[in-house]
Write a protein of this length. Structure first.
Length: 203
C-alpha cells in the first residue's frame, strides 16, 4: 500500500516542472540545476534500486530535466517539425538512460504545460497517458485478482495526484518559495539514504 501512495509524488513533480517553466526567471539555469541534482541524486538512487534493476537505471530528476527540455524545445522559435524532433529527442534520451517513468514522465510534463489553460484537454491527455502507462503493466503479467487490485489502486493514486495539482493548487507562490525549492533538492537524495539506512537497520 505504501508503494501505491508513492505514485502520487511523481505526477505532482511533473506538474511542478510544467508550472515552474512559466514562473522561473532563467530557464537555462533551471535546467542546469536539475541536471546537477540529478547527478547528485543518482548514487543514492543506486543504493535502493541497483539490486533490483541493475546499474542501467536513473532517477526521476533526469525525467524532470528531459521534460523541461521538451517544453523549452516546444516553445522555441524553430519550425514545427524541428520542435517535434527535439521533443522526440528528449523522449529518446529518457529511454536511453532508462530514467524513472521514461516517456510517460516527459510527455506528462509537456502536455501539462501545453494544455495548462485548457482544463478539459489537459485532463484528457493526462488520462490517456495514464491508461497507456497502466496498460504496459499487462505485458508478461500474471492476471489475477491481486493484479487488478494493483491497477485500480495505481489509477486511484494517479487521479489523487491530478486532484492535488488542480483542485488544491491556487496557482500562487507559497510563503517560503526559496526554502521549498532547496528543500526539494536536498530532500530527494536524502530520502533515498534514509530508506537505505532503515532497510539495513530493520533487517
Amino acid at each position: 500500500m505504501v508503494t501505491h501512495f508513492s505514485i502520487i509524488c511523481p505526477p505532482v513533480m511533473f506538474f511542478m516542472i510544467a508550472d515552474g517553466y512559466k514562473y522561473t526567471r532563467d530557464r537555462k539555469k533551471y535546467a542546469i540545476r536539475l541536471g546537477i541534482f540529478a547527478l547528485i541524486t543518482q548514487p543514492f538512487d543506486w543504493l535502493i534500486f541497483q539490486p533490483i534493476h541493475g546499474w542501467w537505471t536513473t532517477n526521476v530528476i533526469f525525467t524532470l530535466l528531459f521534460g523541461l527540455l521538451a517544453i523549452m524545445a516546444w516553445e522555441s522559435r524553430f519550425k514545427l517539425w524541428q520542435r517535434v524532433l527535439l521533443v522526440l529527442g528528449c523522449v529518446g534520451l529518457s529511454v536511453l538512460i532508462f530514467s524513472e517513468w521514461l516517456i510517460f514522465g516527459v510527455l506528462l510534463i509537456l502536455f501539462l504545460h501545453m494544455f495548462r489553460e485548457q482544463p478539459k484537454k489537459r485532463l484528457t491527455a493526462y488520462l490517456i497517458i495514464t491508461v497507456i502507462w497502466l496498460a504496459m503493466g499487462f505485458i508478461g503479467a500474471e492476471i489475477n485478482a491481486g493484479f487488478w487490485m494493483d491497477k485500480v489502486l495505481n489509477l486511484a493514486m494517479m487521479l489523487a495526484a491530478y486532484a492535488c495539482m488542480t483542485v488544491f493548487y491556487n496557482g500562487r507562490r507559497g510563503k517560503y518559495p526559496i526554502f521549498a525549492k532547496w528543500f526539494f533538492y536536498v530532500f530527494y537524495p536524502l530520502h533515498y539514504l534514509l530508506i537505505f539506512i532503515i532497510e539495513r537497520v530493520t533487517r
